[in-house]
Design a protein around this ligand. Structure first.
Ligand code: G4P
Length: 288
């Protein structure tokens, strides 16, 4: 399990993470923001625009293999319309490195040109990876570095000298990813973070989260629900959970349906792609 999931979100930790990032951002040319392609809005940090001010920017919609491709394209347009270059990625795949290098060179073209005019040829672009826990920052850095790096950045209070990871092709990454925090206060956002596993499962009301997921999927991905659990579009949430309990034999001792277990199954199936590739929010859902 990702260490990021175990993070305790207390204000002191948030403040020290932000301070660390504010210091590090001075050293770099480009901020690479890693989002979860299944929740490309809710996995964003609300302060990122302030933090990355005056820096080149790139948004990566990571875990693209888990998301609905057509909706990912919509999100790419959404962010590009805001003037931020955006790509989708599977950070576990080695090909991710070249894709990111190419696009970073494109985004930082002006700087490369400026350096060249000053006689500084082949000066590497310095990048910092930022994102909320579980978005895939460490995975990306490991793929980029070609080996396993310690997740020092995820541990509050652990410090060591900064190290840079070179790709050998014109880019350097700060080895400790910047941990950001999502917008918890918003209930909709909190629910989505819970479904994707970005926050601890034990602090959440799983049945409620699961019912929300089912309702959303009845609207956009009902075929997947029907295929796996025989849930139909017009079923109430309660009936839908009953259908899951029935098909997966979730029964309590007295013979009563175990809806809690059924709810858990739906979440686990979604996270392990058994309900297909699903994106849990669309640009149209966002009121700004
Ligand atoms: P973090 O540093 O931002 O906290 O995230 P981390 O890299 O630890 O990634 C969180 C989980 O997401 C890990 O799974 C990781 O393997 C998975 N992951 C990262 N990028 C991708 C991707 O593009 N596609 C898919 N499908 N998964 C991705 P885990 O099960 O928590 O840990 P592990 O057992 O794989 O190490």
């Amino acid at each position: 399990m990702s260490e990021g999931k175990n993070i305790q979100w207390y204000p002191g930790h948030m403040t020290s993470a932000r301070r660390m990032m504010e210091e590090n951002v001075k050293l770099i040319d480009i901020v690479i923001e890693i989002l979860d392609a299944r929740i490309p809005y809710s996995s964003r940090n609300p302060d990122i625009d302030k933090l990355a001010k005056n820096k080149f920017r790139l948004i990566i919609l990571n875990k693209k293999d888990m998301a609905d491709m057509a909706v990912t394209d919509k999100w790419i347009s959404f962010y590009e319309e805001k003037g931020i270059k955006c790509i989708s990625l599977d950070a576990r795949n080695k090909k991710a490195v070249k894709k990111v290098l190419d696009v970073v060179n494109e985004v930082c073209r002006d700087k490369i040109e400026r350096d060249r005019k000053r006689g500084m040829v082949d000066r590497p672009i310095k990048a910092m990876i930022v994102g909320i826990p579980n978005s895939g920052k460490s995975t990306f850095i490991n793929t980029f570095a070609g080996k396993t790096y310690a997740k020092t950045g995820n541990k509050p209070g652990v410090t060591r000298g900064k190290q840079w990871i070179r790709s050998g092709k014109g880019m350097m990454l700060l080895d400790t990813p910047g941990i950001l925090w999502p917008k918890f206060e918003d209930q909709r956002v909190g629910r989505l973070l819970a479904i994707t596993g970005a926050v601890n499962d034990d602090i959440l009301e799983m049945s409620e989260i699961s019912v929300n997921l089912i309702k959303y999927m009845q609207k956009y991905y009902c075929n997947n629900l029907t295929e796996r659990y025989k849930i139909t579009e017009d079923m109430s949430a309660e009936d839908a959970l009953m259908a899951v309990a029935d098909i997966r034999k979730c029964i309590k001792k007295g013979g009563e349906a175990d809806l809690g277990r059924a709810a858990r199954i739906v979440i686990d199936d979604m996270r392990s792609l058994k309900l297909g590739r699903v994106t849990l929010e669309r640009p149209d859902d966002i009121k700004e």
